[in-house]
Structure formats: structure tokens, C-alpha cells
Design a protein around this ligand. Structure first.
Ligand code: PEP
Ligand code: MN
Length: 360
């Protein structure tokens, strides 16, 4: 007898569940219509005062057996779910693979970044003199490195440290690059310098400290020049990709991402190379991904293994600092490879199985 009653009650409960579900769905559909009207009127979707009114009315009507607290809680959840239905579907970021499945390939001169072959970018931390950049450019040419880097506007921690040669530095970099048929890359720190810099620089670098300098990102987005965007000192993947979105959403689709180490508690390296960033960025985004083994590690003896790890993880290229006389360098003296170390670094990376090269 008891068993039969239980079955009957359960069956009524199942019917009520269905009725509740139908009512909730009907309520959500009305909520969606309200959301559309609110949006067209420019009204906020969330209206806490109206929610409180509805809760008070329900609480006043409640005759039990459910407690008022339970009623309020249940309806608050219903309101929350309705609000979610009202939110317009967010469009995927332009930099994401959801927007574009194929890899973005950036061409500068005869070099492709993000294509079939791995790419190497090298050069001094700062441009210091014509002789210095000429010597480095010659070493790059010999090693088959197509892109020379060199800072002219240096974002230094101390205002008393060498700040870079400015436009004069960019001219020297370009002179050396032209002499050896290389492409140039250099950091620009203010929108006001972009137009003039574009005469000398093939790829505009936006440094870690400026990853969220939104006016600079927007101005770079208005240009039609490739941009190398460095990950911020403590930037999450989401922040990094949104920074790239600032550039791409202005119509400049030629953006490369570069992992340059993040700040952690570890002191044995200058920063912590976040190798997981490489496959994550490659999976989430169609933009080329590079790894800067100099600023991430700050240690010469682990740069080659880290470069190989980066390529094995799917990086499209590697950036490394090289200086003819690192001990006398005006910035980052400790981490720059000398020309001999550089030649060995390139040999080791290029001869590894993870370096992709279709033609020798
Ligand atoms: C640089 O590459 O010259 C530089 C300053 O690096 P970061 O912005 O990654 O510190
Ligand atoms: Mn440096």
C-alpha cells in the first residue's frame, strides 16, 4: 500500500517538475523579449530594485511550507539565469582561432613569420653605435638570421640608466640592416613616434611594459606595419590576447605575440619562461608566437635548451640578444651573447630536430 502511494506521489512530482520547467522556459522567453526592449532603449539589463520588489511580493504571498529564505534564494537563482539568457552572445575575439582557423603568416622581405619555417630574430639590447650594429648585422647575415633587433627607445627601470639613442639609433639600425639585407625590429614607446619610426623599422615592437598602453596599441592598430607584441611582466593569457585584439580590431592584422617570461618568486632566472604560453597561444590564436630567450631567462647557459623547448612546444620563432662586447654593453650586459656564443647558439638551435627549415 505504502509502496503504491510512493509511486503515485513520485509520478505527481515528475509531472510538477515538467510543469515547472515549462513555466521557467516561458518565463525565460519573456525575459529575453524584455532584454531586447531594454537593449534597444539603452536600459541596463540588470535592475536590482525591480528584483527586490518581485522578491518582496513573493515573500508576502508565501504561505509555506517552504521558508521565505528558500523562496528568496530560489527566485534569485531564476533571476540570475534569466539575466544570462538576456546577455547578447559575445563575439569571439578577432585574434582567436574561433574567428580565423588558418595561421596568420606575416611576410617581411623574403621572410615569413608564422609559416612553415622557424624564424630567428637577434641583435643587441640597445643600438649603441654604427660599428656595433654593423658587426652584429654581419654576424646575423653569416648565421642566416634574417631579422635584426635593437632598442633605440629603451624603457629602463631607472631614469639614470642609458635611455637609448632615439631616432638616431633607428637610423643606425636601418643602415646596418640595409648593408646586409636584413629586416629591422625596434621598440616604440609612444604613439607620437610611430610614423617617423616606420621609415626605419620593418616591425614595430611593443614592449612588455607597454603591453597595456592602450593608446599605443590603438595607434599601432591604425598602422599597416607588422607589430611584435611582448607579453606584459605579469600578464595573463587573456590580457595578452585582449591587448593584441586592440591592434587587430583597428584593422592591423599583422600582429605577432612573444612570450618573454613573467615575474615569479624565482630568482635564478631573470623572469620565468612560461613555456605553457606557447601551445596555449597557438591553440587559442592564429597569430604567430615567438619566444624571447634572453629576457625570459637572463642566463646564457640555458638559452639554447629553452629555445629548443620553445620550438618543440610550437613556437614560430626565437628572439635572442647578441652584442660584440657584452661586458661593455649599455644595457643588459649580463645576458647578451658575444659573437662566438651567438654562432654556437644558432648552430645548436638550427641543428636540433625542432628547428623547421624547408630550404637550407
Ligand atoms: C627588449 O626586448 O628590448 C625589451 C625591453 O624587452 P621587454 O619589453 O620584454 O622587457
Ligand atoms: Mn634587453
Amino acid at each position: 500500500m505504502n509502496n503504491q502511494t510512493l509511486q503515485q506521489l513520485r509520478s505527481r512530482m515528475d509531472d510538477l517538475n515538467i510543469k515547472l520547467l515549462d513555466l521557467l522556459s516561458e518565463r525565460a522567453a519573456i525575459g529575453r523579449q524584455i532584454g531586447e526592449i531594454k537593449q534597444s532603449e539603452g536600459l541596463p539589463l540588470h535592475d536590482p530594485a525591480r528584483e527586490n520588489e518581485m522578491l518582496d511580493r513573493l515573500a508576502a504571498r508565501n504561505a509555506g511550507p517552504l521558508e521565505e529564505k528558500a523562496i528568496r534564494h530560489l527566485f534569485q537563482e531564476i533571476f540570475k539565469a534569466t539575466l544570462e539568457v538576456q546577455q547578447p552572445k559575445k563575439k569571439p575575439l578577432l585574434v582567436s582561432r574561433k574567428s580565423k582557423r588558418e595561421d596568420t603568416v606575416i611576410r617581411i622581405g623574403n621572410t615569413e613569420i608564422g609559416g612553415a619555417d622557424s624564424v630567428l630574430v637577434a641583435g643587441p639590447c640597445s643600438v649603441e653605435s654604427l660599428e656595433q650594429v654593423m658587426e652584429v648585422a654581419a654576424a646575423l647575415k653569416k648565421a642566416g638570421v634574417p631579422v635584426i633587433r635593437g632598442g633605440a627607445f629603451k624603457p629602463r627601470t631607472s631614469p639614470y640608466d642609458f635611455q637609448g639613442l632615439g631616432f638616431e639609433g633607428l637610423k643606425l639600425l636601418k643602415e646596418a640592416a640595409d648593408e646586409y639585407g636584413l629586416q629591422t625590429i625596434s621598440e616604440i614607446v609612444t604613439p607620437a613616434h610611430l610614423e617617423e619610426a616606420a621609415k626605419y623599422v620593418d616591425i614595430i615592437q611593443i614592449g612588455a611594459r607597454n603591453m597595456q598602453n592602450f593608446e599605443l596599441l590603438k595607434a599601432a592598430g591604425d598602422m599597416r606595419k607588422p607589430v611584435l607584441l611582448k607579453r606584459g611582466l605579469a600578464a595573463t593569457m587573456d590580457e595578452f590576447l585582449h591587448a593584441a585584439e586592440y591592434i587587430v580590431s583597428r584593422g592591423n592584422s599583422q600582429v605577432m605575440l612573444i612570450e618573454r617570461g613573467i615575474r615569479t618568486y624565482e630568482k635564478w632566472t631573470r623572469n620565468t619562461l612560461d613555456i605553457s604560453a606557447v601551445p596555449l597561444l597557438k591553440q587559442m590564436s592564429h597569430l604567430p608566437v615567438l619566444v624571447d630567450v634572453s629576457h625570459s631567462t637572463g642566463r646564457k647557459e640555458i638559452m639554447a635548451p629553452c629555445a629548443k623547448a620553445a620550438l618543440a612546444a610550437g613556437a614560430d620563432g626565437i628572439m635572442v640578444e647578441v652584442h660584440p662586447n657584452p661586458a661593455a654593453a649599455l644595457s643588459d650586459a649580463d645576458q647578451q651573447l658575444n659573437l662566438g656564443e651567438f654562432a654556437e647558439f644558432i648552430r645548436e638551435v638550427k641543428s636540433s630536430g625542432v628547428y623547421r627549415q624547408s630550404a637550407p
